[in-house]
Design a protein around this ligand. Structure first.
Ligand SMILES: [Zn+2]
Length: 452
């Protein structure tokens, strides 16, 4: 007798090349059976109108903060993830994450979390742990060595790799990138990067990372390529990456399905010259918090908020949709949300990216098949960081999403960025039902993900 039986659904599991109607038996948190036989369970869910996929894996998101004083997670984005059918996430991206990632993961084990979560060691945090350095300035060799030691410890204890936000810390030089990347290579893990520049500057920014891969042999992941290169550079980005890949480097790329990006208004992205770089005026920017919430900005409001509320998130409606489409259709690209929320405000990608990808690219534009889309959201992102997730293999953790292919669509908008999608019927995390008919019924079953 199984704990749950999912009956008659269209099972899609690219890791195992499965694409047919099968019954699934779940017991003790694991997938115990994929079968054509009639099986019985304590709870039997008729899935004959639905697609059954491994729970989605989001390797690029920005995790919920942990409140040190109250000893709890300020849960918001991780529940948005769950509502999208995401069951495992990787945080600590773009160079910033929890100051102590291993402590964060221990709290996940203690308190539970809506989804399974692994973390990258984050470059800006490694720097801050030593001192409050000027982000525009290089650091000396002694400092780099100290960062390498701490990174080595964190990777040894199970972080999944290292993230750089080179754009956000322009003082990172070649020596710093190289030394830290050698440490990651020693552990055979991944360096993910928000590269140094975008638009016309993206090719040389990617070359900087490729040079590091050439020197160290480390695996690299180019983060959210849409926001970096969807301004007319996308074809050249993929030519470059394909060329270096066929010649021996291991380069991954991820992208989210929107043509607007989001970051804090005080960040270096908006340093002098950004209007010319994106060929825009201030009205391309929409602020998500404070006095001007929901408004397109004017120069004066931008300048005031940048100084007074540098953490406020701003949306930049600047990318070319056709270039985002090109990136998402490329076989190398995997889907990742880059979801980020600040007190519930931010970009709708945090609550919409995965269903939107299916709705827009599989159903509407038909540029990606359902099978490939699911691969880009499950086994391929999991494999990128070497985590044992993203499949329905017998014996694997029962992380599953059941959705209605006719109904699935994102509902999150720039006005309501945390609005959950339509069409997600059931989600299982570690063998238990956590989302029933779009509603979260348990948000504490996620565990920490670490790798050796
Ligand atoms: Zn980023």
């Amino acid at each position: 007798m199984f704990d749950y039986v999912l009956k008659g659904g269209q099972v899609v599991d690219p890791k195992n090349k499965i694409f047919s109607r099968l019954n699934i038996g779940i017991k003790n948190g694991k997938i115990k059976s994929l079968t054509i036989d009639d099986i019985s369970g304590k709870e039997v869910l008729d899935c004959s109108n639905f697609v059954i996929s491994p729970g989605f894996v989001d390797i690029h998101m920005h995790e919920d903060p942990y409140d040190e004083n109250k000893k709890y997670f300020k849960i918001c984005i991780s529940e948005c993830m769950l509502k999208m059918g995401v069951t495992s996430v990787v945080g600590g991206n773009c160079g910033s994450g929890p100051q102590n990632p291993l402590k964060y993961l221990r709290e996940v084990e203690k308190l539970g979390y809506p989804v399974n979560i692994g973390l990258l060691s984050a470059h800006a945090n490694l720097r801050e742990n030593i001192s409050n350095f000027d982000k525009y300035k290089n650091v000396d060799v002694t400092t780099i060595n100290k960062m390498c030691e701490r990174l080595d410890d964190e990777l040894q204890s199970g972080t999944l790799g290292l993230s750089f936000g080179i754009r956000y810390v322009p003082g990172i030089n070649h020596d710093e990138l190289l030394a830290l990347s050698y440490v990651v290579k020693k552990h055979d893990k991944v360096v993910a990067a928000h590269v140094r520049d975008d638009a016309e500057g993206v090719i040389s920014a990617i070359m900087e990372l490729i040079d590091i891969a050439k020197e160290t042999g480390v695996k690299i992941q180019i983060s959210h390529i849409g926001s970096m290169g969807a301004y007319g550079q996308m074809e050249d980005v993929y030519r470059l990456v394909d060329y270096y890949s066929i010649n021996g480097l291991d380069i991954g790329i991820d992208c989210y399905p929107y043509n607007a990006f989001c970051t804090s208004i005080g960040s270096t992205t908006f340093d002098e010259g950004f209007l010319e770089r994106y060929k825009i005026d201030y009205s391309a920017l929409e602020i998500t918090q404070g006095e001007y919430k929901g408004q397109r900005l004017r120069e004066e409001a931008f300048k005031v908020e940048r100084v007074e509320n540098p953490d406020y998130l701003v949306i930049a409606h600047v990318m070319k949709e056709s270039e985002v489409d090109m990136a998402l259709a490329h076989p190398r690209t995997i889907l990742a949300s880059d979801g980020v929320l600040n007190d519930g405000s931010g970009h709708p990608r945090a609550a919409g990216a995965f269903p939107r990808f299916i709705r827009e690219y599989v159903i509407n534009k038909k540029t990606v098949s359902l099978y490939d889309a699911i691969a880009k959201m499950t086994c391929r992102p999991a494999a990128r960081f070497g985590i044992d997730k993203g499949s329905l293999s017998i014996g694997s953790d029962a992380d599953i999403v059941v959705f209605d292919l006719e109904k699935i669509r994102d509902k999150a908008t720039f006005e309501k960025p945390t609005e959950g999608p339509e069409g997600i019927k059931y989600v299982f995390v570690n063998g238990k039902l956590v989302l029933d008919d779009g509603k979260i019924v348990n948000n504490r079953l996620g565990r920490s993900i670490t790798i050796d």
